[in-house]
Design a protein around this ligand. Structure first.
Ligand SMILES: Nc1ncnc2c1ncn2[C@@H]1O[C@H](COP(=O)(O)OP(=O)(O)O)[C@@H](O)[C@H]1O
Ligand SMILES: [Mg+2]
Length: 234
């Protein structure tokens, strides 16, 4: 296998700044990062250091101020709108920090919504997939609840099921255990690790929870806008 296909993500010298009024905040200051296909990587960094910004850039939800982003062998800045939409839909499972569930859909419908554009033989098969993933995050009994009827941790698990159900090649998870108690967090991360092993999907998880380090193939530290050090587990 050639080198390029083993790399699912490659960021080269990525800078990102935000301008609010006259104030420019430099968030990413030359990030270089490679994620290998199938890897389970955790990116740590304190609150405000740019973790969400970094994930948004990898997932094509935002663009860097400069530098290049290559995902799955494609330079994102060379893709047009239609290609980017397809890329997000087909390749990426995004677990948002704020869940972003649709309030008027039930837990099951939220997961199904992410599957709607995928080719399923039947509606029934799609529902079965959604139920399977709700079960993996231990929410089978809450399938018919609306987000407002669920706790923060339960909403987070629906968001996880929604991202994973379409079986994306790349899962980008923004503090996916931020609202889970320790025991639940461990089980849900175990579920992700199992899926990673079963499907070979790549996981990039950003977090400030040090408990996550144990599970990772690789731990990356984001500090002062750069990747500071990397620790690789054997
Ligand atoms: N859209 C935006 N406009 C202006 N500033 C932003 C925007 N998004 C993020 N920032 C700023 O960039 C910095 C990093 O934010 P973020 O990536 O959310 O950090 P983290 O996820 O590590 O907590 C923060 O100072 C934040 O206020
Ligand atoms: Mg964040």
């Amino acid at each position: 296998m050639c080198k390029e296909t083993r790399r699912i993500v490659q960021l080269r010298n990525v800078f990102k700044s935000f301008k609010t009024g006259d104030v420019v905040t430099e968030v990413l200051k030359g990030v270089d990062l490679v994620l290998a296909n199938g890897e389970f990587a955790v990116i740590f960094g304190p609150s405000g250091c740019g973790k969400t910004t970094l994930l948004n850039i990898i997932g094509a939800l935002d663009t860097p101020s400069s530098g290049s982003v290559n995902v799955g062998g494609q330079e994102l800045d060379r893709m047009n709108r239609t290609q980017l939409t397809k890329f997000r839909k087909d390749k990426i499972g995004f677990i948002f920090q704020a869940y972003n569930l649709l309030p008027t859909l039930t837990a099951l419908e939220n997961v199904e919504a992410a599957l709607e554009l995928l080719p399923f033989a039947s509606r029934k098969e799609m529902k079965q997939r959604a139920l399977d993933y709700l079960s993996r995050v231990e929410l089978s009994d809450k399938a018919d609840k609306f987000p407002a009827q669920l706790s923060g941790g339960e909403q987070q698990r629906v968001a996880i099921a929604r991202a994973l159900a379409k079986q994306p090649r790349l899962v980008l998870a923004d503090e996916p255990t931020g609202n889970l108690d320790e025991a639940t967090s461990e089980r849900i991360l175990g579920t992700m690790r199992t899926l990673n092993a079963e499907t070979g999907a790549t996981f990039a998880i950003v977090s400030h929870d040090p408990n996550l380090a144990e599970l990772a193939d690789r731990v990356v530290q984001l500090s002062d806008g750069k990747i500071e050090s990397e620790k690789t587990h054997p």
